[in-house]
Structure formats: C-alpha cells, structure tokens
Design a protein around this ligand. Sequence first.
Ligand code: HEC
Length: 251
Amino acid sequence: MSDQPSSGRRPLLPGQISSWLGVVALAAAALIVTGYAYTLIRRTPTADSNRRQAQTTLRADNNKKENVLLTEPARNADGTYRIPLEDARALIVADPKVIAKIQAGGAPAAPAVAAAYVAGPFVAADAEQLKRGAAVYARTCIACHQPTGKGLPPVFPSISETPIVVGNPELPIKFITNGLMGPITVGGMTFNSMMPPVAGVSDQDIADVLTYVRQSFGNKGNPVTVEQVKAVRAANAARTAMWNTAELGLK
Ligand code: HEC
C-alpha cells in the first residue's frame, strides 16, 4: 500500500518544469523563425503581391475619379463633367452602380427634342439588317448610348430622336470611323466630350448599326447601305485625326 494519494493533481516536479521550459523555448524559436521568414517573403514582391498592390491602386484611383464624376464642382459651367470620357466609361463598366449614382445626383434631365427629321419617304429596313444592327449596337455603342439610346446625360448624349441620327448618314459614318470631339448640343444640353473611333466594325457593320439606330429609340430614318458607307470612308481614307464638331458644322 502506498501512502501517496492516488487521485488529484500531482505537484509539478522539477523534471516536468524543465520539459515545459523546453516546449516554451521551442515555440519561441519557431515564432522567431516564422517571423523572419515572413519578413523575407514580404520584402520580395511576388506576382501576387504586385497584383494586389495594383488592384488597391486602381480602386483608390477609381474612387477618386468617381468622386470627381459625382461632385458638383467637377462640372463645367455648361453642366458637362470635367472627367475624361474614357475614364467615365471605364468607371461605369467597372461599377454599373455609378449610373444610378449619377442619376440620383440630380443630373439635369435632357429637355424634350424636336420631332425626328426624315429625309424623303420613309422606307422600313428589312428584319435581317435590323437584327445584325442590333448586335453591332450591343457590341459597340451600348456602353455609352445605353440600351434605351437615351445616353447618360450629361456624360453621353442621347441618340434617340436627335437630328444627326436620322439626318444625312455621312456625319455618323464619319465619326464612327474617326471619332468626334468638341462642343455639341443634343436635346438642348451641351456636351463637350469625346466619342472615340469605333474599332472593329466593317462597312457592313456600320451600315447595319446606323440602320438599326435610325429605326429604333423613336427614330424614323431610312436604311443606310453598305455602298453609302464605302463612299464616305473612301472619300476620307487619308483622314487619321478625330473629327471636330466645328469642322463638321455641328454646334
Ligand atoms: C465611348 C462612348 C461612346 C461610344 C462607344 C459611342 N459613342 Fe456616340 N457619342 C459619344 C459622345 C461622348 C458623343 C458626343 C461627342 C462630343 O461631345 O463631341 C457622341 C455622339 C454621337 C452622335 C451624335 C450626337 C447625337 O447624340 O446625336 C451619334 C449619332 C452617335 N454618337 C452614335 C453612336 C453610335 C451609332 C455608336 C456605335 C457604333 C456610338 N455612338 C458609340 C460617346 C460614345
């Protein structure tokens, strides 16, 4: 029989204390090694850390631009925004909620426009061309002029019931090919922005998309043929600069 109690905690014996100290020392050593390794990894930029850094910079940059886009003093006297158009577009593509914010920000509504201009008797386009044109529109115009064609005033003008859209197709053919900049008043609102040249469209695509917009969004304009597009592009083949509204007689 032993006189030692067989239940309850036994007091720490010196041997156990030293083994606990060993464990603590080991843990501390592990911590130091891990910490050192971490600082080494942190100092060497990896593809991952570079990407994260780039994303953070981009987000900060976007936030800054969004603030510029949405705050009152960022507007010019005529109500247009000072932010470059491409930046505005990139912002909207990155965050579609910006559209709602612009609208909630009290962007002045475009006044009603004059009745659509129709040259000659109206000819309805064939369904196939309209279908192709709708596809080109969705690919190349929709981000700015919107699914409704009403644009996003005061950043992007409406192409719904505006005279240029249904007028002589020479003008839109010109600025789809080379771009358009300079002050232009659409629906009573002055834009002083920039429409970049539309890339990746054939003569047929331009004829189709113009036919589509001329017969959509409340517009009533005649179809545009591929021959009309070819003629305008051939006559301006040497042109590389963007068109200016003033030189096209647009105000
Ligand atoms: C990157 C945005 C953007 C894209 C993409 C774009 N536009 Fe525009 N568009 C504009 C801006 C901005 C203006 C006004 C330019 C100015 O202020 O000088 C404009 C002007 C116009 C106008 C003359 C003004 C009016 O509202 O009637 C027409 C017509 C037009 N665009 C049609 C098109 C068509 C068709 C496409 C597709 C093939 C297209 N745009 C693609 C931004 C764009």
